[in-house]
Design a protein around this ligand. Structure first.
Ligand SMILES: [Ca+2]
Ligand SMILES: [Ca+2]
Ligand SMILES: [Ca+2]
Length: 842
């Protein structure tokens, strides 16, 4: 069959890649490789921050797409995010033997195992070793799992021991229930499920059982064969318990045995002569006639860069004509691919164009004076109002969500951990554990794909919105907001600028926290894990009734106002003075913006600002800041600036000035943005004194072009880096506005180009539904299970997987580090858009 494929390939293709696929070999980056197949063995471990992130263990990158991961000893059939993940206690690479061995440990069960991965020609072997027999509690539970990406396998065929079947598009396989006592412990003892009083959990049953699975024989780029020598090989549909599950292949470990207890061979097919199609990166939103226009072409290292690329114009009669042909210049290697650039800046006539590079013809894009005019409209008109908490949000015929959390928020009990990175220490309010803290169910924004109020993020939101309001005065009015009716209607002007209403909405919740709690809460969040992972209408997360522990679960009181279901949200109130200072900064700013719109709220915000500033500073100076507060704030430099601007009191200005220059001396890149914020309020001498720092900042901006082919800061962390690119773009645009002789518009435009399609992996715009020819189609929002998006969302984007792979799935929304928009990030994008428009004279 391979020979046939080979003969069908065009000759030119063959010339570029005559090397046969050959055997899997261990390369110097410590993964197994053959052309078209990368097998990673714990290059990425289960320690990303949120348990099972579907990003770890034994992984296969199959013809450029990471389609298999999760190769590990796991304790259930279809692991969810909060099921236990193994610690990797050692990873040993033996280049001579061509093996990678990892030791895995589950401390909850004092259970250790080892996986040894080696090669057998084009296949790899996984041998499982136990030095001690399986703990009794894990007999029938612990097994070797390997997970296949559903969106790359559904609709395709598979053969289990030769019997043909098809991977289902949607999960509808059989399940059984078992007593809760048999459930393997989940993360910190939380439960992902509500058993509805049955005392039983759901356990999926396999789709197929055999010894040899041949997956996707009908798709050579996805075909993979897995054989289990002794144990049964079972195939499960992991989506039956959680929509983000994958197809799971699994064999149980035998009881009472030590030594080599299980062996699989896995052979991912490699298409002979396969070379990845070039990814031609460009701005899907388009270009200004006068701006630099540089496409970045991402090439397989076996691909030979072409000498030229072309620009075609789409004529008014529907035909096309070539308007430019120019050289393609090699930039060099960056991680696993080679990069080249194609400069077509000389094409300036407004119109509709596309690029051609070899056989690749891109989709079309626009050159015009107004291409950036509407880049924030969807974010402002749709994404932000949909994330307004404690409101019903309507759009046309659709209710996005009803009014959530009508029963309010309870004081979190003392010394309680939380599943979303928070914890409650000793109670530091006038409320008892589980007592209702009045007044908190007002205003605020959902954090992201979840529905909690992250106080730190909400502070950033209000700060971002005020900054947008004060710098750019956006009068856009497309949203009806009634705090009295608790109702939001999209695309219905109500005579009030939307940004002012969003500032008011954010401030309402944060002032309520300061007034009712006495300081800022860490978060207002779910109390039980089984409603935290909610998908759908936020109003359905809780029952809207006050929790009364005297009632039984699911029982309602006679007056219909309370229930025994412990679903109420909690306020985690442990004081963080750093957060209080950030709130003080934001309240000072909000009080200015709200004056004349909501004078009462404006006064309350300023009052809380001064009080929290004083108390927070005192607590910080007594060393009670906490690493989290210190790391996430700017000390109180920005607070002093905001308070000076709001009150005109000289001592705030003196404190700001005393802090800003030393901060710039320590690190220009991290302080320049705060320093630039002060420019409108300071005299000419401040600007002149800032000048050399801006020159130093420009030097940094120029070094970015040497660091990667895209010339923007590309993050390599466990959450992809669009946020950094947006901040970089905003700061570059602001610096360019105040110091146009030092910093030109090209830096901010480069940030726009990256967000809108000129980036690794694919060339889709990372902003949902923006005026781009090809925006991404799926995002991790609260509608992620619908494989959809909320318009205006900005994806984190290109997630780096060690050691050399960038990735952004556009057929699988469930990886938050790639696809989840956040309220702080998206309001930051609002400022970027406005700053860019301002910079280019809009
Ligand atoms: Ca959250
Ligand atoms: Ca409005
Ligand atoms: Ca309730």
């Amino acid at each position: 069959m391979r020979k046939t494929v080979l003969f069908l390939l065009p000759l030119l293709f063959l010339a570029a890649c005559s090397r046969p696929a050959g055997d899997l070999r261990l390369n110097e980056l410590e993964y197994f490789e053959r052309q078209g197949v990368n097998v990673l063995v714990y290059s990425n471990t289960f320690s990303g921050g949120f348990n099972d992130e579907k990003n770890s263990g034994i992984e296969v990158i199959h013809h450029g797409v990471r389609t298999i991961q999760g190769g590990a000893i796991r304790l259930c059939n279809t692991p969810e995010q909060w099921d236990l993940v193994p610690q990797t206690t050692s990873r040993t690479v033996d280049p001579d033997a061509g093996t990678i061995e990892v030791a895995l440990r589950y401390p909850d069960y004092d259970f250790d195992s080892r996986l040894v991965v080696s090669t057998e020609g084009p296949a790899f072997r996984i041998d499982v070793y136990l030095d001690k027999p399986l703990p009794d509690a894990l007999v029938g539970e612990a097994g070797l799992n390997l997970e296949l990406l559903p969106s790359q396998y559904w609709h395709k065929a598979y053969l289990m021991d030769g019997k043909p079947e098809r991977f289902p598009r949607y999960s509808a396989s059989l399940t059984t229930t078992r007593p809760n006592e048999e459930k393997v412990r989940q993360f910190k003892g939380y439960r992902t499920y509500d058993d509805r009083g049955t005392g039983r959990f759901v356990d999926p049953l396999p789709l197929s059982v055999g010894h040899t699975l041949l997956a996707a024989p009908d798709d050579p780029e996805r075909m993979v064969k897995v054989c289990s020598e002794d144990a049964d090989l079972m195939l499960y549909d992991g989506r039956i318990l959680a929509q983000n599950g994958w197809f799971v292949l699994r064999s149980l470990l035998p009881a009472g045995k030590t030594g080599k207890v299980l062996s699989w061979t896995v052979e991912p097919n490699a298409v002979d002569g396969w070379v990845r199609e070039p990814n031609v990166g460009f701005s899907q939103v388009g270009y200004l006639p006068s701006q630099p226009k540089v496409a970045v072409i991402e090439l397989d290292k076996l691909d030979k860069p072409r000498a030229k690329a072309e620009v075609f114009r789409v004529r008014e009669d529907g035909g096309t004509e070539r308007v430019f042909s120019g050289p393609v210049k090699s930039w060099g290697d960056y991680f696993k691919y080679h990069y080249a650039k194609f400069d077509f800046s000389s094409v300036q006539e407004p119109g509709v164009y596309f690029l051609r590079y070899g056989d690749v013809r891109t989709n079309d894009f626009i050159i015009g004076e107004d291409v950036y005019d509407r880049i924030t409209d969807a974010t402002s008109d749709v994404w932000i109002p949909i994330h307004m908490n404690h409101m019903t949000v309507n759009e046309g015929y659709r209710i996005w969500h009803g009014e959530p959390f009508k029963e309010g928020y309870l004081q979190a009990p003392a010394h309680t951990d939380h599943f979303d990175l928070h914890s409650q220490g000793a109670i530091d309010t006038r409320y008892k554990g589980l007592e209702l803290i009045p007044g908190l169910n007002v205003g605020g924004f959902f954090d992201a794909g979840d529905f909690d109020i992250e106080t730190g993020s909400n502070i950033s939101v209000v700060q971002n919105l005020v900054s947008d309001w004060e710098r750019f005065k956006p009068m856009r009015d497309e949203t009806f907001v009634s705090e009295e009716q608790r109702y939001v209607d999209l695309h219905r002007p109500d005579g009030v600028p939307d940004v002012l209403q969003y500032i008011e909405h954010g401030t309402l919740n944060l002032v309520a926290q300061a007034e009712n709690i006495g300081h800022m809460a860490q978060t207002l969040s779910n109390s039980v894990l089984d409603n935290y992972h909610h998908l759908g209408d936020a109003a359905a997360i809780t029952d809207g009734l006050h929790y009364d522990p005297r009632l039984k679960p699911y029982q309602k009181s006679a007056d219909g106002r309370s229930s025994g279901t412990p679903d109420d949200m909690w306020a985690f109130t442990t004081r963080n003075p750093g957060l209080d200072l950030r709130a003080a900064t934001m309240f000072a700013a909000a009080s200015r913006a709200l004056a004349g719109h909501n004078d009462d709220l404006s006064r309350r915000a300023l009052k809380q600002s001064k009080r929290l500033m004083e108390e927070g500073t005192a607590l910080m100076s007594r060393g009670q800041g906490g690493a989290r507060g210190q790391a996430r704030g700017f000390g109180n430099m920005s607070t002093n600036l905001q308070l000076y601007v709001s009150t005109g009191e000289q001592h705030y200005l003196d404190d700001f000035v005393a802090q800003v220059w030393p901060a710039l001396d320590r690190n220009v890149n991290s302080s320049i943005s705060a320093a630039l914020d002060a420019v409108p309020y300071m005299d000419a001498s401040y600007r002149e004194r800032l000048r050399p720092y801006v020159e130093e900042y420009k030097h940094y901006l120029d070094t970015l072009e040497l660091q990667n082919p895209y010339g923007v800061p590309i993050g390599l962390g466990n959450w992809a880096g669009s946020g950094n690119v947006v901040s970089y773009g905003t700061t570059a645009a602001t610096a360019g506005k105040y110091f146009p002789d030092i910093i030109g518009p090209e830096y901010a435009l480069r940030a726009a180009g990256y967000l809108f399609g000129c980036h690794p992996y694919h060339n889709y715009s990372l902003v949902a539904a923006v005026g781009a020819a090809r925006p991404k189609e799926v995002f991790y929002g609260n509608n992620r299970a619908d494989f959809s998006f909320i318009p205006g969302n900005v994806a984190p984007g290109l997630l780096f997987r060690h050691p050399d792979h960038f990735e952004n799935y556009d057929d699988w929304p469930f990886l938050w580090g790639q696809n989840e928009g956040t309220i702080a990030g998206n309001t930051g994008y609002l400022i970027f858009g406005a700053a860019l428009q301002d910079l280019i004279g809009k």
